[in-house]
Design a protein around this ligand. Sequence first.
Ligand SMILES: [Zn+2]
Length: 348
Amino acid sequence: MTFERTRADDGAAAADHTHPLLAWSSDQFSFPLAESHPFPLPKYALVRERLLAERVLEPHWITRSEPAPEDWLLAGHDAAYVARSLRGAWSDAEIRRLGLPWSPELVTRARAALWGTVQASRAALAHGVAGNLAGGTHHAFPDRGEAYCLFNDFAVAVALLRRDGLARRPFVLDLDVHQGNGTAACFAGDATAFTFSMHARHNYPLRKEHSTLDVELEDGAGDDDVLAALDRHVRTALDAHAPDLVFYQAGVDALASDRLGRLRMTHAGLAERDRRVFAWLESRDLPVCLTLGGGYGRPLEDTVEAHANVWRAARIARSRRPPLLAASARDSAASPALEDCTPSRRAH
Ligand SMILES: [Zn+2]
């Protein structure tokens, strides 16, 4: 397969072929949940549909995720926790901490979300920018789930990339309003990984873990406060660590209308956050794997719009990266480690 341009390929069609923003979706898997439950189950499909409707994403760029195999779960989690998760043997305390009732469908959905981040991380190395329309499950610990997060997609993706020799110095940029406590625990003591968490000091989790760098924001912080903190810390951290791959947990629960945030950001402020982040990553030629993260706005439309904004920024960022040339496409196809990135399973 080549991407050589012809006259008919000019314009949007050429951009389509040479700068695909590959994405993975897992909303085809649902799970039983009470209608009154605060987890925003519908948002994942709504975000995907919005991005397709606006042609931020093209249908053939999106691949349906499959449930991650058990050995992937074991790459990032304790065997006993994986076994309890698969056979539905969580204690009442574990279910309370997770905030979701166990069901086989829930576990299948979580495994698919994990699949998406693993595949997107590999695609990011080949394309510069790629993402998962789910994931960012930063509250999952090696031995337990927490706050809607069953498995830590960053920990598993990094373990698999390292196994395959594809990345050694990951950087997790977590701008969700809640601390990435599970991610911090997963990478504790690992100096070759940098965990950056900027979050609301007084928000969940009340007992914080130690990320490589924690930047804490006060209640009610607005666009100027958040962007100033971002300016102060992100570039310094990137340059200090010199990563070979960045995972961006681009949660949008810092939005003022979010029920679980405590900040006062606007859509424009979040969009500026993402514009800066992608520009800093581009200027350092760093591949970035985007994940969805938290967003619990009321109305839900607010959150869908905020997530869509992140992907609009990602699309622009992808268009600024080098095109996918025929040679690199052939290299990717020939690489066993990247073969799963080919969007062979067309979405929705
Ligand atoms: Zn959150």
